[in-house]
Write a protein that binds this ligand. Sequence first.
Ligand code: FAD
Ligand code: NAD
Length: 367
Amino acid sequence: QATDTLAREGPSSPSYDWFQTDSLVTIVVYTKQKDITLDSVIVDHQDDSFRAETIIKDYSYLINIELSHAVQGDFSVRIVENVGKIEIVLKKKENTSWKCLGHPLENHNSLVPKKDAGLFYRQCQLISKEDVTHDTRLFCFMLPPSTHLQVPIGQHVYLKLTITDTEIVKPYTPVSDSLLSEFKEPALPNNKYIYFLIKIYPAGLFTPELDHLQIGDFVFVSNPEGNFKTSQFQELEDLFLLAAGTGFTPMVKLLNYALTNIPSLRKVKLMFFNKTEDDIIWRSHLEELTFKDKRFDVEFVLSAPISEWNGKQGHVSPALLSEFLKRSSDKSKVLICICGPTPFTEQGIKFLHELNFSKDEIHSFTA
Ligand code: FAD
Ligand code: NAD
């Protein structure tokens, strides 16, 4: 009954079906939406339980079943975009005919607002860890073979560790393995790897524990969250990114996506706020990118330069912003993305409004 009510308010009710051959079982989700992509569906198959969560606009449609027979660990996911159909193809362990798909588990076949869906976690293995600055590292985790998960651009996930018998959870934003990577072939294929740039705070609760993980250790990774939509890039001409410290992380995939996929784009400018030169994440990548792509420019602003610094100094301010945020033409379509410590983001948004940028022209990244 509750599901029916929600379905009437939300997207037209999705449904599912299944069919089989001797060796395969195909589960089909009919989303009844056209803008479904491979990152709209998250599939986890653990032991006998099979879980597929489909994000349809701001709703989550769940299939959660204890399968009646065993299947192999890996599976494939296909999208038939023009009809909004998702096909998940499982391989049977034995070539027998299944009488039913299985038994429903919690919340099976339900459609709920995404914010009420709760987070699902799977264990991911630490594959590598590399220093990026004196306190920030690039972590690479591998998803289990029985998981299909692609984090949409601009979204974050939660990492979970058990620290002295207590589960601690913190949000982190996946990045690419390099700022320049998506312009070439990814170093590791298959979307099986998730990268994070994470600053270690010696007195922090979570990050020192994360830093102590050994290669091969596990951490729990949640489903994605966040409200950035790549449709905000439609017809975009000027993209301005305001990042402070690790607030740079959402900008990594955003930059790659915009420069590769938005033909209308004329200019992308990043203003990157840090305390000192040593704190700047991927400075050389950013500088290289300005040579590779003439549309891109970067400006570094330091709040506590230690050595002689010829560049800009200080905190975010109306003066810095008004000089930086020059449209390529009077009426150009702009988007300003902002991310960093909360006071930075709040002050930044206030100044942007004072400079007459509208709500629709600003996207702030927060939890
Ligand atoms: P905390 O225990 O939270 O401490 C952080 C710092 O504050 C430490 O220096 C600590 O000593 C100090 N501190 C703690 N409590 C106090 C207090 N009461 N008074 C004064 N100082 C105090 N971070 C990244 O590195 N990479 C990312 O990609 C990333 N993505 C994020 C995405 C989102 C949506 C959000 C909201 C945050 C993101 N963060 C990211 C930040 C991350 O979630 C954690 O907040 C960060 O890693 C710190 O965690 P911690 O438990 O180690 O430190
Ligand atoms: P940091 O302490 O190294 O500071 C970086 C810069 O931020 C400073 O140089 C300064 O210009 C500015 N800044 C810091 N405090 C300020 C203040 N009170 N007022 C105005 N400007 C200020 O930053 P960090 O340790 O790298 O922290 C990054 C922050 O970004 C964290 O709070 C993290 O939670 C947040 N973050 C949020 C998201 C998200 O919401 N999606 C993603 C990544 C990081």
